[in-house]
Design a binder for this molecule. Structure first.
Ligand code: GLV
Ligand code: MG
Length: 325
């Protein structure tokens, strides 16, 4: 282990994160009653410019009047390059900050963006006498944000999670797709015709690098990595496959941009009974091995060692947090 110990962000279940447009009070009501682990009330890209002021009022009313127990609630503010942002922060935190767990900062480009927000939020919290510190969710969705991701992840003790905003990221990097997430028929490998055999085209995952890089930056700073939206809301299998790829790489959860995606995300990012049983068996086998003075043993024909205990503990701990919800 390094001599540098990584402080972990405040622990929260973040398997599903529902996006709800602040312009629609009915959707806000439904979100409060739903099963998402985290809900973010959107003031940014799901809200048209003419609706921004009303959406802000709706969000403040929803935070104060609805029952958000059993879930964490966040507000996605407008970008730092807009004139809506300062009022989003001031009005929402002054008028409903006691009800707010986090704010979500879109299109973060540099550590200084996070620093600026930290300064504003700190002042408002102090002026209002709030004891609870509001956390930050940061969307990595520009080339600049991805280039500066490690500094961004380390920029504030309020930081809780990094999110991969695939739609804006595609636009920012000028990727050749108009889909929101998911695979791309043009991104693949054509195999060679070995010994005169046939050639096959294997689809690849064009988002692999971005998600893997976000996972590393998040984990190296004790934050939760969360996969962003999947636009084809009619394709729950496609959503599941994308979510599972993210889960396998280490993400804690995925956005739901429609309520039908919530339960799928909760299922994908919860360890299965078989995974929990296997993890417990690994811990037991390693307990026994250590009593016998061994560093490694075989279980079901596979080598396990001290690193396996840590992997297994991740699974068991996650299962305990879910069970206590
Ligand atoms: C989310 O905000 C995205 O751009 O995908
Ligand atoms: Mg975006």
């Amino acid at each position: 282990m390094s001599f540098t110990i990584i402080d972990q962000a405040r622990a929260r279940l973040n398997r599903s994160e529902l996006a709800v447009p602040g312009s629609n009070p009915k959707f806000l009501e439904k979100a409060a009653a739903g099963t998402a682990d985290v809900v973010f009330l959107d003031l940014e890209d799901a809200v048209a410019p003419n609706d921004k002021e009303q959406a802000r009022k709706n969000v403040i009313a929803a935070l104060n009047d609805l029952d958000w127990s059993g879930k964490a609630v966040s507000v996605r503010i407008n970008g730092l390059d807009t004139h809506y942002m300062y009022r989003d922060v001031v009005d929402v935190i002054e008028q409903a900050g006691a009800k707010l767990d986090m704010i979500m900062i879109p299109k973060v480009g540099t550590a200084a963006d996070v620093y600026a927000l930290d300064m504003m939020v700190t002042q408002i919290e102090a002026a209002m006498g709030f004891q609870k510190k509001i956390g930050f969710e940061l969307i990595i969705e520009t080339a600049l944000g991805m280039a500066n991701i490690h500094e961004i992840a380390a920029a504030s003790p309020r930081n809780e999670s990094l999110h991969f905003g695939v739609a804006d990221y595609a636009a920012s990097t000028k990727a050749r797709t108009t889909n929101i997430g998911g695979p791309n028929a043009d991104y693949g490998v054509l195999t060679d015709a070995v010994d005169g055999g046939s050639r096959d085209f294997h689809w690849g995952d064009m988002w692999h690098y971005a998600i893997a890089r976000m996972v590393v930056a998040a984990r190296a700073n004790g934050l939760r990595p969360v996969d962003g939206p999947f636009g084809d809301i009619g394709d729950l299998d496609g959503y599941g496959a994308q979510g599972m790829r993210a889960a396998v790489l280490g993400c804690e959860g995925k956005w739901a941009i429609h309520p039908t995606q919530i339960d799928k995300a909760n299922e994908l990012f919860s360890p299965s009974e078989a995974e929990i049983t296997k993890a417990k068996r690994i811990i037991e086998a390693m307990d026994q091995a250590q009593k016998e003075g061994k560093g490694a043993v075989t279980l079901d024909g596979r080598l396990i060692d001290i690193a396996s205990i840590k992997q297994a503990e991740v699974v068991v701990k996650k299962a305990e947090i879910i069970a206590s919800k």
